[in-house]
Design a protein around this ligand. Sequence first.
Ligand code: NAI
Ligand code: MG
Length: 497
Amino acid sequence: MSQQIDQLVAEYKNTGSLKGLPSKLYIDGNWSDAHNGQTMDTLDPSSGKVFASFSAAQKKDVDLAVEAASSAFHNVWKLTKASRRGEILSRAADLLEQQADRFCVVEALDSGKPLAEAQGDIASSVSALRYYAGCADKIQGDSFPLGEGNYSFSTLEAVGVTAHIIPWNYPLATTIRGVAPALAAGCTAVVKPAEQTPLTALMLAEVLRSAGLPDGVYNVVNGTGAEAGSALVNHPKVQHVTFTGSVDTGVLVMQAAARNITSVTLELGGKSPIVALADCDIEKTAEGVLWAIFYNAGQICSAGSRLVVSCEIHRQLVDKIVEKAAALKPGHSLDNPNFGAINSKAQLDKIAGFIDRARARGIKVACGGNKMHSAETADGWFFEPTIMDDVPMDDELVQEEIFGPVLSVQVVDSLEQAIEAANCTQFALAAGIYTQNISSAMQLSRAIDAGQITVNDYWAGGIEVPFGGNRRSGIGREKGLQALRSYCATKSITFAF
Ligand code: NAI
Ligand code: MG
């Protein structure tokens, strides 16, 4: 870790907080308190302690932010040359990269994830800004062959004000994943971060301002989902809502948007399978599955939370993953352990509830299964890396998103059974396949219902690759060129002469 990271870590350990954290709302280029002065606290999941507080917006504040975004859209941003928009985003990428150390310490502290994982998040956020910076002046329409007497063509026009509702597991990366394509397309943005992780979206405001982004183009209204989030997604001047979070809240967001005929991108839950066939490379598969479920302590919508394994290698593979899981060491995010905290006490209790009920049903715990209490975890919220073995298809451990470090193993004895097991939930977000047989890999990739499938490397991918889910995992795609289309409306123009 760098000297600056060491200094920030020392400051936190000595004082219980960090100097200079942003805490206000960011509306129309100004830092302001909530109109009624309301504030909330944010906690450090690794210690369970409050380390900062922040302004919590009410409907009135959200209305101001949307008005600012609307005015900036009509008067400034949609009139700004596309190449200039790209330059600003590109400069923001450079500035974020320069400030990566501070961003990663704050992100690790606020979310509970290990420093190295937060560094990965900031690096991928920089990549996303660069990718969409390069896209801004390449958003092109078509022409249509109506024949003699007409010219007909289309342009892709920015939809207007966009709302971004952000979860707590990837606070900055999810914000930038939505905001970068929106701004590149010429839209303006109002962001509502999660209550648990309000800080890095505010820090991004300063980066964007320094990069030359005009006032009102990017606004941040922290606060509760019920008050600030709901006011934002119900606002008639919002033209697109990008939401990442739970299915239940996704339903509310879609209902609110429906009243205003507002389009939505919904990135919801998952119960993503990893299919391991008998001919897979056991070591590589075990390592892949380990990080598919234990990275960010399993708090990832696309975590590989089910292992669908051929009976021939079931014992060998599960034993290998158990052995690797035993080597994971929890600790405070700023001590950079290889296994981090659960983001909130509520989420920790939710995970523990799943395992307690499974034990009562007689499901075998291959490893883990308990909250952690040790010198390293202190009063933080930690749950052991957990593997539940040979779980029946209709069990809630297979059917429900747990959003924690819990792998459910399903044993199959044919390719057909593997396909049936992979597709047995209401979710269809991601899937991994581990096999040496290209024909089996192709058959599985064709038959599994998911937004993205990887073969022999679960986390393969990048900002270039579209990402999203089918069925209850959501609607629409983020990342890649496809994400830009959510922020554009096609206008066809036809001349007669
Ligand atoms: P949530 O879906 O309620 O929260 C996500 C965001 O939505 C937060 O910013 C929240 O303030 C906002 N929100 C809440 N109610 C809203 C409303 N009525 N209108 C507009 N915005 C609203 O998820 P929560 O409560 O944090 O976690 C519950 C479960 O959701 C977790 O246990 C996990 O299973 C799942 N989850 C999935 C995520 C994913 O990446 N797919 C991310 C976070 C949670
Ligand atoms: Mg926090």
